[in-house]
Design a protein around this ligand. Sequence first.
Ligand SMILES: Nc1nc2c(c(=O)[nH]1)N[C@H]1C(S)=C(S)[C@@H](COP(=O)(O)OP(=O)(O)OC[C@H]3O[C@@H](n4cnc5c(=O)[nH]c(N)nc54)[C@H](O)[C@@H]3O)O[C@H]1N2
Ligand SMILES: Nc1nc2c(c(=O)[nH]1)N[C@H]1C(S)=C(S)[C@@H](COP(=O)(O)OP(=O)(O)OC[C@H]3O[C@@H](n4cnc5c(=O)[nH]c(N)nc54)[C@H](O)[C@@H]3O)O[C@H]1N2
Ligand code: SF4
Ligand SMILES: [Mo]
Length: 738
Amino acid sequence: MTVSIDYRTCPLCEATCGLEVTHEGEKVLRIRGDRDDVFSRGYICPKGSTLGKLDEDPDRLRTPLIKRDGAHVPASWEDAFELIESRLGPVIAEHGPNAVAVYLGNPNVHSMSGTLYPRVLLKMLGTKSIFTAATVDQMPKHVSSGLMFGHPDLIPVPDIDRTSYLLMLGANPYESNGSLATAPDWPGRLQAIRDRGGRVVVVDPRRTRTAAAADEHVFIRPGADALFLFAVVNVLFAEKLVGPGRLSDHIDGLDALATAVDSFTPDLVAAATGVGAERTREIARALARAESAAVYGRIGTHTAEFGTMASWMVDVLNVLTGNLDRPGGAMFPEAAHEQTRERRGFRLGRWQTRVSGIAEVRGELPVSALAEEMLEPGDGRIRALITIAGNPVLSTPASDRLDTALAGLDFMVSVDIYVNETTRHADVILPGASPLRRPHYDLAFNQLAVRNVANYSPALFPLPDGTPDEWQVLLRLGATLSGQGRDADLDTLDDGVFGMMVGSATANPASPIHGRDPQEIFNATNGGRGPERMLDLLVRTGPYGDGYGARTDGLSLQLLSESPHGIDLGPLRPRLPDALCTPSGMIELAPDRLVADVPRLLASVERVLNGRFLLIGRRHVRSNNSWMHNIDVLVKGKERCTLQISTVDAERIGLEPDGRAKVSSEAGALVVPVEISDDIMPGVVSLPHGWGHDLDGSAMSVASERPGVNTNRLSTGAMDPVSGNAILNGIAVDVVPA
Ligand SMILES: Nc1nc2c(c(=O)[nH]1)N[C@H]1C(S)=C(S)[C@@H](COP(=O)(O)OP(=O)(O)OC[C@H]3O[C@@H](n4cnc5c(=O)[nH]c(N)nc54)[C@H](O)[C@@H]3O)O[C@H]1N2
Ligand SMILES: Nc1nc2c(c(=O)[nH]1)N[C@H]1C(S)=C(S)[C@@H](COP(=O)(O)OP(=O)(O)OC[C@H]3O[C@@H](n4cnc5c(=O)[nH]c(N)nc54)[C@H](O)[C@@H]3O)O[C@H]1N2
Ligand code: SF4
Ligand SMILES: [Mo]
C-alpha cells in the first residue's frame, strides 16, 4: 500500500489547527502540524497528533450496544432501533414529548453532524426538555451578548494579533488553547503582543502558564471577577476616562450604567476581590490610555456565581474605552457560512423548569436542574433521556444525584463513541464516528475566530460498511420518535430538511438568493446528502459566497475542497452598527435584566468565608474535558488529578507534600492526592474536572487505570440565576488531611 499525506482540521478543541496526516491506507503513520495552514502555520498540541490512536482505540464503539440483564452486548442497528421504538414510543405516547429530555454535550459543536442535525432531531421529537453543556460553560456570554447586541451569538473576540493591551480574566489558553476566541498558537500570539511593545495582563487565582508568560499577573479571589470589573468601570466614570469614540452615537443606557456601578468603588470591593484599590485604578487607566486594548473573560469568569454580571462588564469595558469593533480591540468575526441575522432582539425566560422555576435561555434549560426534573415526582417528570456526545455524570454539577437519577429512568439512549460514566446507564448506545471518518468545517468556531478563515476537509477514511454516519443516526432517531417509523427513508427525509433550508433562504430578503427558484438552487448545490450539502448552501449564501452565480470568484464547497490548507479571508473588520440585532439598533449598555441583578452582586461584598477554602478548576493541555483519557500517550506520566493548595495553607492545616486531603462541600466529599504549590492563591484550592473513571459498567480500559476523582461531586448545583449557568468555580469547601 502507498503512503500518502492529507491535510485535515483538528476538531478536538476550539483552536482549529491544521493537521498533516501521513497514512498508509487507513493506518495513520504520523500526524504533525500543517505548516501551510493559513491560520495555524504548523502549530499543534499533543492531542492533535493522537487522532490516529483514537481511531484505533479498541474501546471506541463500532457497533450499537443494547443492555441485557444489566450488561451491554453488541447488537445490530435494526435491533437497536427496534428497541428504541418499542420502549421510547410508549413513553412519548403516554406522557408527551417533554418527558424525554435531550442532553447535547460539547463535541457536538466540534462536528458538522453534531452542529446541524440535533436541531432536526429536536424538532421532530418536539421536546422542550433540552439541556446542553452550554449551561456548564458560556451561557453568561450568550445572555450578555443577546441583551447588549441583540443576538446571543454576536460575541466579540479579542483581536489579539493587533492589540497593544490584553486584559484576560479566567482564561488559560496555554492549556486550553483558547475558548470563545479561536486562535491556533495562543502562546505565540501572546508573545507577539509583548514583542511589539504591548502588554498582557492575566487575572487568575492561580499563576498559570499563561499568567507566568504575561507582563503582569493579578491574583483574584474566585468568584470576584464581577466585583473587580464593576470597580474598573466605576473608575472610568469617576476619573472621566469614558470614551466610546466612534460608537458614541450607537449606545443606549450610559447614565443607567453609571448609576449601576456607582457604589462599586475599588476600595469597597478590595477585600472581597483581593485586588488592591490602587491596582484596580491603574488597570482602568491603562485600559483607557492604551493605543488599543481588549478585555477578554473566559471560563473562570463565566462558571461563577455572577457569571453574567462579569460577562456584561467585559463588553462594557470594551465599549467605554472605545475598543469595541475596532482593530486591536474586541471585534465581531464574520465567518464564511454566516447568515444574515434578523433584528429581533433577545428574550429569555419564555418558559421555566417544572421544579425550581428556572428560566429558559435560548430554548434550553440549565443542566444543573436535570436531576431534580427526573427525581421529583409529579406531572411533567422527565422519564427518559437521550444524550448525544456528552458525559454529564462527570461534567455537570452534583454528579452523585444525577448518577442516581439516570439509574432510575424508564429508558435512556446515548449516541457516543465510548461506554463512559454516563452512557453506561443507557439501554441503547449508538456509536458516533471517529474524527478521521467524518468531514470537518468548523461551523461553531469560525464564528469566534480572531481572523476570518475557512477551512474544509472531507472525511479522511470511510466509515466501515454498513455503518451509518452520525447525521443519519440522528435523522433515524428523529424518524423513530416522531412516528414516521425507524424504517423511514433517510434520503427523502434529508431532502426534505435541506429543501426547507433552501426555501427559507430564497424567501429571505437579506439572502443573496432571495427570489430565486428553490428547485434550481436545490439542484445546483454540491456535497451529496448530509452536512456537506448544507455547508455548500451556507457558504455560497454567506458573506463571501458565490451566491449561486451572483458573485464571480465567490466561495463554494468546491472552492474550499480545492484549498486543503484553508482560505484566509483576512483580519477582522468593523461591523457595527450594521451587525447589531437589538430592536433599538443600538448597543444596550444597561439592559433591565442585568441591572436587576446588581443588588445581589453588591450584597456579596459583605461575605465572609470563616476559614473555608474556595475550590476552582483547571485544565491540562493533554486532557479534553472527560474524554481522551483512554489514549495512553496522553494520560501517562505524573498524576494530574491532584488538589493544588498553597504552601501556607498546607502548613496551616497539616498537609504533607505526598499526602492526601479530604475535600468536602454541601454536595459530597472526596479524597485526593495533594500538590503543594506557590502558584495558587492562599485560601484557594484547585482540582481539574473530567476525572473519576472508576464507576462500574463503563468500558474505558486505559482511563480506568488512572481514574482520578470527580470534582463535580463537590459542585452543588447552584447556579447564576440570570443565565442558569452552573457555579463550578468558587465553591466553598473544607479541606483536612486524609
Ligand atoms: N467542574 C467543572 N466541570 C466542568 C467544567 C469545568 O471547568 N469545571 N467545564 C465544563 C465545560 S466548559 C464543558 S464544555 C463540559 C463538557 O461536558 P460534556 O460535553 O458533557 O462532556 P465531555 O467530557 O466533553 O464528553 C463528551 C462525550 O462525547 C463523546 N464524543 C466525542 N466525540 C464524539 C463524536 O464525534 N460523536 C459522539 N456521538 N460522541 C462523541 C465522548 O466519548 C464523551 O463521552 O464540562 C463542563 N464541566
Ligand atoms: N487541554 C484542554 N483544552 C481544552 C479543554 C480541556 O478540557 N482540556 N476544554 C475545552 C473547553 S470545553 C473549554 S470551554 C475551554 C475553556 O478554556 P479556558 O477558559 O481557557 O479554561 P481553563 O484552561 O480552565 O482556564 C480557566 C482559568 O480560570 C481560572 N479561574 C478559576 N476561577 C476563577 C475566577 O473566579 N476568576 C478568575 N479570574 N479566574 C478563575 C482558573 O485558575 C483557570 O486558570 O477549553 C477547551 N480546551
Ligand atoms: S490545540 Fe486543539 S485544535 Fe490544535 S491540535 Fe490541539 S486539540 Fe487540536
Ligand atoms: Mo466548554
